[in-house]
Design a protein around this ligand. Sequence first.
Ligand code: AMP
Length: 249
Amino acid sequence: MKLLVPVKRVIDYNVKPRVKSDGSGVDLSNVKMSMNPFDEIAVEEAIRLKEQGVASEIVVVSIGVAKAQETLRTALAMGADRAILIETDAEVEPLGVAKLLAKVTAEEQPGLVILGKQAIDDDSNQTGQMLAALLGWAQGTFASKVEVEGDSVAVTREVDGGLETVKLRLPAIVTTDLRLNEPRYASLPNIMKAKSKPLANRKPEEFGVDISPRLETVSVSEPAKRSAGIKVGSVDELVAKLKELGVAA
Ligand code: AMP
């Protein structure tokens, strides 16, 4: 079985985002970019399925700027076999990404597409669900456990108040949650080996889908600054303050 894993290049999760002075978006100049953390988990899960003998090939795909090649090389260094970059300087929204991924899925015919549950830059949490709808495939979202059994996959999902296990007929879509696994680091020899693994460069126009934007970002703003606290000298003073602020009766 072939596995397809879409990976997105996003602002590194350790970086504190700076909003552009005109409020039009996040300033990405000179900012460290990395693979979306949920996509690292998806790559790791695919590698584990290959190690178990369930999967035979892992194809990673990214839609983005030329530098997204680096993200794909990271996935190849972790253990993916082959990569596809769909290169564009345009910002492609989740529906556009899902349409392109649907075309790649039709070409590659994977048994399972494993995506992150959300990209930490737009926090959309839409692409996997849209892809499942476009393909008419079953979906198991927010997976904390994935077990392939014959022609189906059991996905344990993190839901409010507990865990839910669903069984999907393959081919299917899975999106990863944080606790599914702990992604491995690529070793130096594997980073070197990844340089010679195949990476195809494609353009969105080749796929014949409309990826024009449907959304307009009206404004982006920093979270409100926390105001300074006040120190009180005693419990009585605290109660009086709370009453004054209308927090206590
Ligand atoms: P989102 O719906 O934007 O929160 O993204 C959910 C998941 O879709 C991500 O974790 C990726 O697996 C995939 N994805 C989103 N955008 C892209 C992209 N530009 N290239 C590759 N995969 C993507």
